[in-house]
Design a protein around this ligand. Structure first.
Ligand code: PGA
Length: 246
């Protein structure tokens, strides 16, 4: 009942020439069960939206306000105007580099909805938290605090991204991924009822063509949020194909 989602997060990577990767992806046949999304840097959002064909385009962050005196920031309405349909919020790099809290992430998610876009809300534990046995506590607290009350399958995607797995080549065991995804699903259903079953839960952190198939076989993994391996069309296409076949 949930469509799958392959989401690429280019982070602070990509110049105009990188749009060739997007046009290469757009030239591939559309997968039957999988939605595709690329979140390029802000400078490329509008151009990306013009060449992406069936691939949706997203932002990587936004301000809580619609407009105003916030030098250097961008609003969800501006991202929508540029052609974005989703925005990542609460990525661990934003939480770490910019001190973003669960409360701020929640407010941003509501601003994204107000602009008619989908929020991709990121959660994840640090290595110290995992080693201390705190993973489910941390994820539960972030999920509760970062997700607004009106979340539905249409306006919200959750991304579980263990911080220690991002960009490191390390991934949790498949049992560990299943434990967290099942936990998130149970929490969503307890809070949102049937809507909680419709919200997609992505895994993120060192997803590559070589590990995609085994990760996508895990229960309650509805897709992936992919960093490094989304920068090359051939790698990201292999991940899309693995997801669509799962
Ligand atoms: P990675 O990043 O795939 O490069 O580990 C994932 C992410 O941070 O979204």
């Amino acid at each position: 009942m949930r469509r799958k989602l392959a989401a690429g997060n280019w982070k602070m990577n990509g110049l105009k020439a990188s749009l060739a990767e997007l046009t290469a992806l757009a030239a591939a046949p559309a997968p039957s069960q999988t939605d595709r999304l690329i979140c390029p840097p802000l400078t490329l959002v509008a151009q990306a939206a013009g060449v992406s064909g069936g691939i949706a385009i997203g932002g990587q962050d936004c301000h809580t306000a619609t407009s105003g005196a916030h030098t250097g920031d961008v609003s969800a309405e501006m991202l929508a105007d540029a052609g974005a349909t989703s925005v990542i919020v609460g990525h661990s790099e934003r939480r770490e580099d910019h001190g973003e809290t669960d409360a701020l992430v929640r407010t941003k998610a509501e601003a994204i909805w107000a602009a008619g876009l989908t929020s991709i809300i990121c959660l994840g534990e640090s290595l110290a938290q995992r080693e201390a046995g705190e993973t489910l506590d941390v994820i539960g607290t972030q999920l509760e605090g970062s997700t607004p009350d009106a979340a539905t399958g249409a306006n919200t995607v959750i991304a579980y991204e263990p911080i220690w797995a991002i960009g490191t080549g390390l991934i949790p065991t498949l049992e560990q991924i299943a434990e967290v995804h099942d936990f998130i699903r149970a929490k969503l259903v307890a809070r949102f009822g049937e809507d909680g079953n419709a919200i997609r839960i992505l895994y993120g952190g060192s997803v590559k063509p070589s590990n995609a198939t085994e990760i996508f076989a895990v229960s309650n993994v509805d897709g992936a949020l992919v960093g490094g391996a989304s920068l090359k069309a051939t790698d990201f296409q292999a991940i899309i194909d693995a997801l669509d076949a799962a």
